[in-house]
Design a protein around this ligand. Structure first.
Ligand SMILES: Cc1ncc(COP(=O)(O)O)c(C=O)c1O
Length: 434
């Protein structure tokens, strides 16, 4: 395995150690402990700017909304803000980060398939102008809260256009049976647009689709553009509303093992915008939006673990047990996500054994990697798993009452703690009956 899927500023140093942004990860593990998540700061800045530029250079009225569910923190929020990237949020927690870093409310779109009244109220009270409506029940709730607060939010309808993105079924969100979005073929989306048009409190702004995640094939995106622009034409004729915003979601595939090629922002931008320009429904002032999550953050981070035990079942399997697992990375257990690994303190050593990397949590399914070829591994070695920046920290849990890991940002030989490791006190802070 090359270092291709590691962050941009990765090399092997003279000690045969993994080095990221000028920091020897063996030294980092000693200083901060493991499990440890480290973000290559310059990589993140570069990706944010690259994505912004790829779309803005092709369509002036573009808004990139980073999908905060992939990973959000005050640290990342400032990087996105500096790059001119807005956010798609689904909770008050994500809103709170945006509030703390002073993000302008017009850069925030509220999503969710079951937004609570409190979340809608908090967003509108903060000044969020755009709400992406997921189903019919939400419309009355939204209109009522908007009236209470005397605001008139701009509404996008999330569509389920029955497009198969050819990905894991848990990651396919635009298919007909998805729990997300208003189906096109049942007439629900048309009905929702009519209801908005009849409301004085809600302004119809546009259409949204997020067909799924880990998509490597561009054809479903072309289909999504056609579905939205065709429906916009139908809405103009049948309901008399103008679609001024077209949001094509995220989902660009990222290579976690080097087996696939990650979708590049400029390729996605060129494909989607070329398709969009073909449509007669759009005009040069139409606003188009994209919501990358994983593509912006996944490859910028590495997870670092210490080997605590090796179990060899002769002729069957060898487990290398590390000090993290499903508590900091649920993805392999949740939907069979695949990863690869390197021994960070033996980078140039030749592979000598095929092992499974087992987590420390009390589930047999807590296996981070089923099979990977590594040099001879010993207790105390460091396992580095690349592509750790998306859907790991935000999905982390305290299962087995184990604290969640520390997170650091590294740049030019310096490491900065951006989230401290949890303590036993953190774990018990909500328990009242001590
Ligand atoms: C509405 C919406 N937009 C964007 C995304 C981002 O997807 P990805 O991280 O695969 O780019 C998601 C992910 O679930 C989503 O639900």
């Amino acid at each position: 395995m090359t270092l291709d899927i590691f962050p941009d500023h990765t090399r092997v140093n003279a000690h045969n150690h993994l080095e990221i942004a000028g920091c020897d990860v063996v030294a980092l593990a000693r200083e901060f402990g493991t499990p440890l998540y480290l973000f290559d700061d310059a990589h993140l800045h570069a990706r944010a700017q690259e994505i912004h530029a790829a779309f803005h250079s092709r369509w002036r009225n573009t808004q990139i909304l980073y999908a905060t569910k992939a990973y959000y923190s005050p640290y990342l929020a400032r990087i996105l803000q500096a790059a001119g990237i807005g956010i798609d949020i689904t909770s008050e927690g994500e809103l709170e980060i945006a509030r703390r870093v002073g993000l302008s409310p017009d850069q925030i779109y509220l999503h969710g398939n079951n937004k609570t009244p409190a979340e809608i109220r908090a967003a509108l009270a903060f000044g969020v102008t755009h709400i992406v409506v997921d189903h019919l029940d939400e419309l009355d709730r939204l209109a009522q809260i908007a009236a209470e607060l005397n605001v008139a939010p701009r509404v996008l309808l999330r569509l389920a256009p029955a497009i198969d993105p050819h990905t894991h079924r848990y990651l396919a969100t635009g298919i007909a049976e998805s729990k997300f979005g208003l189906p096109l073929q049942t007439g629900a989306a048309l009905h929702a647009a009519r209801r908005i048009a009849q409301q004085t409190r809600l302004q119809f702004a546009g259409l949204h689709v997020h067909i799924g995640s880990q998509i490597f094939d561009l054809a479903p995106y072309r289909d999504a553009v056609a579905a939205l622009t065709d429906f916009a034409a139908e809405l103009r004729d049948a309901v008399g509303v103008e679609t001024t915003e077209f949001d094509f979601g995220g989902g660009w595939g990222v290579s976690y093992t080097g087996a696939e090629t990650s979708l590049r922002a400029d390729v996605v931008a060129a494909t989607i915008i070329a398709e969009f320009e073909k449509s007669k429904t759009v005009n040069p002032t139409s606003k188009i939006l994209f919501e990358p999550g994983r593509a912006l953050v996944a490859a910028s981070a590495v997870a670092l673990y210490t080997v605590g035990a090796i179990k060899e079942i002769a002729g069957v399997k060898t487990y290398v047990a590390v000090d993290g697992g499903m508590g900091d990375n649920i993805r392999p257990a949740l939907y069979g996500a695949t990863y690869t690994a390197r021994v960070a303190n033996k980078m140039h050593d030749a592979p000598a054994m095929r092992v499974a990397i087992a987590g420390r949590y009390c589930e047999q399914g807590d296996i981070l990697i089923d099979a990977v070829d590594l040099p001879r591994v010993h207790v105390g070695d460091l396992i580095a798993i690349p592509c750790a920046g998306a859907y790991q920290i935000p999905m982390a849990s305290n299962y087995n009452l184990i604290p969640r890991p520390a997170v650091i940002a590294v740049r030019a030989g310096n490491a900065r703690l951006i989230r401290r490791r949890e303590t036993a006190d953190d774990l018990l802070r909500c328990d009242l009956d001590e």
